[in-house]
Design a binder for this molecule. Structure first.
Ligand code: CAP
Ligand code: MG
Length: 462
């Protein structure tokens, strides 16, 4: 297809000073059935063409047809690894409007996913250059900013932040939600950090947003006074009408809240970017519901060795995009989780937390220089319970949120004991103990009861 220009780099070509000059993308491609494998190079060139300047045929060549600039801005295929279906593409930085994420996505994550010549295309990673990274606001608070806002003492600064998303996901009234928040925030030594709305709890007939925000935030103030610990309520403001979402952020602010939660994939990059710029100084928590319909690869190609079917973008890329757009915490997946996990949660954690991320061959990632942009809390969640917390903290580092829904409210002796068990697990890790060691020394503890029910491995119920 790439008929007008030559989109293939000469052998050995590497982009010069990519952090200034290029966006680099690592692709994995499977040609459609019936297309001879020898066409792989041509296919890669077509991907580069369609995602930058080209189309399926030659177009008219006149002085005013823009072909000179188009040739200058054509994307370049390099580092071809035909055996493993891999190649990279370099796009000149100036092919993009630096601060426009929606505009960016329409290029390299645009039409190419629909091309007949491929039956599988996965974007494994994108490395963004300085001009694009620094054109975005990034997080307002990041890890240090949230710890400061919570006025954490030295001990709690070395621990994860821990909280619950009440289950059932939906069912309680706003009043019942506030009563539950009170029970959980004041349980144990009162240091339980946050309560979070579930991804599908917005403003429902029996649990209106405004009532819930008011009642839970009143409870938060009361619990803070009682326990001496500052708390977070991650209140879900998701709406497809941005004006309503903004109004909800203002309501949270007016009730003294510190944080909003957004289903960022469902809401879209425009909503998240604008909310980051316009919200009244709140922490942004990013739930990634819907991401798996975009990021989950079909086939066995995750490792880069097998065939792939279908079209996807890795979660590494979404993590980078939402860090740039400015969320402060983001679901990253977790080891020992109920969700698909091929070891990528720790890598997502690095992308969210480090300033200079190194490439990782295992996942074909390209690394990233964040040029001082604030970092983001990875959120470990999904089927976690107190029995797995030592391993999760060891892998995700103490700079993470740990979220236990069923893993607190399913405790055999009730929610308060669920909180106690989670806090005991966090303290055990802080004092250098494993969960098993703590349990053998404290057989009547809440943690021991939790481990009695769930063990120390994920519990997957079908
Ligand atoms: C967890 C959770 C989260 C998932 C999202 C749920 O509840 O509230 O939404 O963790 O997945 O609804 O499943 P449990 P991820 O603790 O009861 O499992 O974090 O992978 O984005
Ligand atoms: Mg949930």
């Amino acid at each position: 297809m790439a008929v007008q220009f030559d989109y293939i780099a000469p052998p050995g070509w590497q982009p010069k000073n990519p952090d200034e000059n290029y966006v680099i993308i690592q692709f994995k491609m499977q040609l459609a059935d019936g297309i001879d494998p020898s066409m792989f190079l041509k296919g890669a060139a077509s991907v580069a063409a369609e995602s930058s300047t080209g189309t399926w045929t030659k177009v008219e060549d006149r002085p005013d047809s823009g072909l000179k600039k188009a040739d200058e801005f054509k994307a370049i295929v390099f580092d071809m690894d035909k055996k493993n279906h891999l190649f990279k593409v370099a796009y000149k930085t100036d092919l993009f409007e630096y601060d426009n994420m929606a505009g960016f996505l329409a290029g390299p994550i645009g039409n190419i996913g629909g091309m007949k010549m491929v039956k599988g295309l996965r974007l494994m990673d994108i490395r963004f250059p300085k001009a694009i990274v620094t054109a975005f606001p990034g997080p307002r608070y990041g890890i240090a900013g949230v710890r400061d806002l919570l006025q954490q003492d030295k001990k709690h600064c070395s621990m994860p932040i821990i909280g619950t998303v009440p289950k059932p996901k939906v069912g309680r009234t706003a009043q019942e939600q506030a009563v539950l928040a009170d029970r959980l925030w004041t349980a144990g030594d009162g240091s339980f950090d946050f309560i979070k709305d579930d991804e599908n709890l917005t403003s429902l007939s029996f649990n209106k947003f405004e009532d819930r925000a008011k009642l839970v935030l009143e409870t938060q103030r009361k619990a803070e006074k009682q326990t001496g610990f500052r708390k977070l309520y991650l209140c879900n403001i998701t709406h497809s009408n941005f004006d309503i979402m903004m109004k909800r952020a203002d309501i949270i602010k007016s009730y003294g809240g510190r944080c909003v939660m957004i289903d960022v994939v469902a809401s879209g990059v425009g909503a998240v970017h604008t909310m980051r710029l316009k919200n009244p100084g709140l922490i942004i928590h990013a739930h990634r519901a819907m991401h798996a319909f975009i990021t989950r690869e079909s086939g066995i190609g995750i490792s880069g060795k097998g065939d792939i079917n279908g079209f996807s973008v890795s979660m590494f890329i979404l993590a980078k995009i939402f860090r740039m757009l400015g969320v402060d915490s983001m679901h990253s997946g977790s080891p020992k989780s109920k969700m698909e996990d091929y070891g990528e949660a720790e890598e997502i954690g690095s992308i969210l937390t480090k300033d200079k991320v190194q490439p990782n061959k295992k996942f074909h990632t390209l690394g990233q220089n964040w040029f001082g942009m604030k970092n983001v809390w990875p959120v470990a969640s999904g089927g976690l319970h107190p029995g797995v917390m030592d391993v999760v903290i060891a892998k995700m580092t103490p700079d993470c949120y740990i979220q236990l829904g069923g893993g607190v409210l399913g405790h055999p002796e009730g929610g308060e004991r669920g909180v106690e068990a989670a806090l005991e697990a966090r303290n055990a890790v802080y004092s250098g103990m494993t969960v098993k060691e703590f349990v053998s020394k404290n057989p009547n503890s809440a943690l021991s009861k939790a481990v009695g029910l769930w063990g120390t491995e994920p519990k997957i119920v079908y």
